[in-house]
Write a protein that binds this ligand. Structure first.
Ligand SMILES: [Fe+2]
Ligand SMILES: [Fe+2]
Length: 143
């Protein structure tokens, strides 16, 4: 989604919700596989989950950094500090996804991966709240 659309709070929030809900479902699936000791299936779910984060949330993050964030800070330089914080959230999510990929490439399917997956959901939900409540709080009526 391009810059102008990401400025619309409702549309932007729907993108967040759809991705996050899917991620939560994948986490639950992975959790079940671990409980049932289905390592092969857990591996496949984790592969889908990594692909999900890369193609959805991390792509969305890249689009924000290249468009929306630059535009917002140009309009209101006081947002600079917030943009740094939001970009750090993106970086944390990128780093965690990389850690999951290392686990996968070592065929290390375990509880630690679940902790990483749950961390992604926690960071992303806090991040999304901040984008809505701090970054886009005044944009709804005017854009
Ligand atoms: Fe973001
Ligand atoms: Fe966003």
């Amino acid at each position: 989604m391009s810059g102008p659309s990401l400025k619309k709070q409702d549309a932007h929030s729907s993108i967040h919700e759809a991705s996050l809900n899917e991620a939560k479902e994948l986490n639950e699936l992975f959790r079940l596989c671990l409980q049932k000791k289905q390592k092969e299936k857990a591996f496949q779910v984790a592969e889908v989950l990594v692909e999900h984060w890369e193609s959805r949330t991390l792509k969305h993050a890249e689009a924000e950094e290249e468009g929306l964030y630059i535009e917002m800070v140009k309009e209101n330089p006081a947002l600079h500090h917030l943009i740094i914080q939001l970009t750090r959230d993106h970086d944390l999510m990128r780093r965690i996804v990389e850690k999951l990929k290392v686990q996968l490439s070592n065929n290390d399917i375990n509880e630690w991966m679940l902790i990483l997956m749950d961390s992604l959901v926690v960071i992303d939900s806090i991040h999304n709240e901040d984008e809505m409540n701090k970054l886009l709080k005044n944009t709804n009526d005017t854009n």
